[in-house]
Design a protein around this ligand. Structure first.
Ligand code: F6P
Length: 328
């Protein structure tokens, strides 16, 4: 197998806190291993247009604590086409880049997987997304920080919900995965969560809230995963339904939106990103190709890219029972 002398690194899709810590880890580990490192700007867009810059150890100084991504990011339609991927391959070859490291979520790693199989390019994926929806890893880079951000917000909403005796529907990200909604509901002591994996019948939900309020509570907080791509669901939808059916309730909606993606990464995400970035270069040195670096039971694991993107990561159903029992 040809020796890898030079790597390119890019971030793609939604940014996630800890991406910079990961870029830093990849860059410095690669340099320690005698490799050249090229930062590729704006995700696959920059790969196709040749927006590359050679990185030194200083290029990533003072970045471990910063949210967002110093490499910028994008969602690229052109890379979905064979012509786009051909351009990307030609740019890589012209710059002498032997292997590609892609930090991103499901869509980005799917693009990376197609590229790797089409052009026989060694690719290592790193799971960078607040959604935590990649199969084969217990956590993704950015998920822990986003969860903490949500919990901090819900704690604040709780103050006003209690004071006004209101029901709040708080919408969080994750249109296809309920990890953020379910776990932030548990961590903030919310009354319920509505997640795509366990679509709750709205009447049951309203009855539950009514029951809860009549019994002992003067307010309720419900965490809701954002609407799916087809527009179904979301906090507004459930709030409107409850308002219509239970006009006696004082209902409000808060959509947390993109603030969930920002901010300084938590210590957990910094360590995870550092371990995963280091592992990506180790894996290349071992001759690994077309895998995603994951973490399982606190150990680094290699997950074939095809499995990481194709298999839906299941949510532990026990979490649903935990929330329902603890919110009585
Ligand atoms: O995949 C990360 C994510 O934040 C999802 O949770 C969300 O559905 C999506 O990105 C939002 O994308 P955009 O920033 O392009 O609106």
């Amino acid at each position: 197998m040809a020796k890898i002398n030079s790597i390119g690194i890019l971030t793609s899709g939604g940014d996630a806190p800890g991406m910079n810590a990961c870029i830093r880890a990849v860059t410095r580990t690669a340099i320690c291993n005698g490799m050249k490192v090229f930062g590729i700007y704006r995700g696959f867009e920059g790969l196709m247009s040749g927006e590359f810059k050679e990185f030194t150890t200083e290029s990533v100084s003072n970045t471990i604590q910063r949210g967002g991504t110093i490499l910028k990011t994008a969602r690229s339609d052109a890379f979905r086409t064979p012509e786009g991927r051909k351009k990307a391959y030609e740019q890589m070859k012209a710059a002498g880049i032997d292997a590609l490291i892609v930090i991103g979520g499901n869509g980005s790693l799917s693009g990376a997987q197609i590229f790797a199989s089409e052009w026989d390019v060694p690719v290592i994926g790193l799971p960078g997304t607040i959604d935590n929806d990649l199969y084969g890893t217990d956590s993704t880079i950015g998920y822990d920080t986003a969860l903490n951000t949500i919990v901090e917000c819900v704690d604040k909403i709780r103050d006003t919900a209690t004071s006004h005796e209101r029901i709040f529907f708080v919408e969080v990200m994750g249109r296809d995965a309920g990890f953020l909604a379910q776990n932030s509901a548990i961590a903030s002591g919310a009354e319920a969560a509505i997640i795509p994996e366990d679509l709750t019948d709205v009447d049951q939900l309203a009855q539950f809230i009514e029951h809860g309020i009549r019994k002992s509570k003067n307010s309720s907080i419900v965490l809701v995963s954002e609407a799916k791509k087809d527009g179904l669901g979301g906090a507004m939808y459930y709030a409107e339904r409850v308002k219509k059916e239970y006009p006696e309730f004082n209902v409000r909606v808060t959509i947390l939106g993109h603030l969930q993606r920002g901010g300084r990464p938590s210590a957990y995400d910094r360590i995870l990103a550092s371990r995963m970035g280091y592992a990506a270069i180790e894996a290349l040195n071992e001759g690994q190709r077309n895998i995603m670096i994951g973490i399982a039971n606190d150990k680094i694991v290699y997950v074939p890219l095809t499995r990481a993107i194709k298999q839906n990561k299941p949510i532990d159903k026990e979490l649903i029972n935990v929330l329902s029992d603890l919110s009585i």
